[in-house]
Write a protein that binds this ligand. Sequence first.
Ligand code: PLP
Length: 387
Amino acid sequence: MSDLIYMDKADTTSLLQEVLEALMPYQKGYFGSASSIYSIGRDATDAIGKAREQTARLLNAKYDEEIYFTSCGSESDNWAIIGACEARERKGRHIITTAVEHHAVLDTCKYMQQRGWDLTVLPVDSYGRITPEQVAEAIRPDTVLVSVMHANNEIGTIMPVEEIGALCADKGIHFHVDAVQTAGHIGVDVQKINCSSLAISAHKFHGPKGVGALYIKKGAVCRKYLHGGAQESNLRAGTHNVAGIVGLGKAAEIAMSEYESESVRIAALRDRLIAGIQSSIKDSRLNGDPANRLPNNVNFIFKGVEGESIILFLDMKGICASSGSACTSGSLDPSYVLMSIGLKHEEAHGSLRLTLGRESNNAHVDYVLAELPPIIERLRQMSPLYN
Ligand code: PLP
């Protein structure tokens, strides 16, 4: 197979041609800034307004003023956590989150801890899930924020956010949801989740890189994040990335029209890939929840084999995948997500994550199922850890 098989969609996705066409005029011809009052500035303002509506529709936000544009999912998470805590510091200084959050959430919560907030990090079960009961037990009179991801980026486990949302709403606690891995892929409905804020990122659903959004429920206060100009209702200063925002809006519109059918198609490919790996490679184990799972996520460990070696061998066959271990990005730490679900240190180094998407098809799955077993076999023959 000569095509590149990109199975790292949880990392990033390609920019769609329609999205590129929608945003290009705002890179060049309509270069005006949305703060100016002459016509090309007004054009930019209108384009941002349309993108706000498109994004609100994807999330079922009631009002488009509940959508704030940011530079990425990480910024959205940072703003929600810091902004919600600072706005409530007189009420209390206790935060609850989970052990498997993305660093954009975990590190921001730890930053607040260094600033004097108390932090409870809830442990997850062997599938990577927490229960609403755990949250209920952890809530204290001074709890001001609960932050739980909608689905995990590494193992694809979906969290019971609706139940947690109901719990937090009942107690008047700000509930933040990191929906970076779910928006545009499965239904993300802020009314049903009953969250106070929710983070998304355009490049995860075929929009441009460097643009994200934060939903903040009307009435839920998040303190000003970037100081300077009056953009984004005077809460997040900085000249708008007009082209990026237009691209996010267009990607949201396309995702909205496709995700229901696409998630069914992609889940069928995922299930075939999982079943194929389980039947052809012995001593393999699926990580994450087999039922409450993102439609595009496949994550395995193979006894006695390092994740990085698998990635390099797959790359030689034209397959892009990733490993939970951070080694490939320059750190030797094992995956904290895999450690949290109870895997041993050496096992947490050995995962393979294959994430499917829009371009994935049956031929790609067949190709991976043909190429992966001999790679594992070969690596095991070289491995001192596998007998
Ligand atoms: N949250 C989750 C769950 C993610 O998977 C990611 C990126 O991988 C982020 C947040 C950060 O998003 P961004 O890359 O837009 O900063």
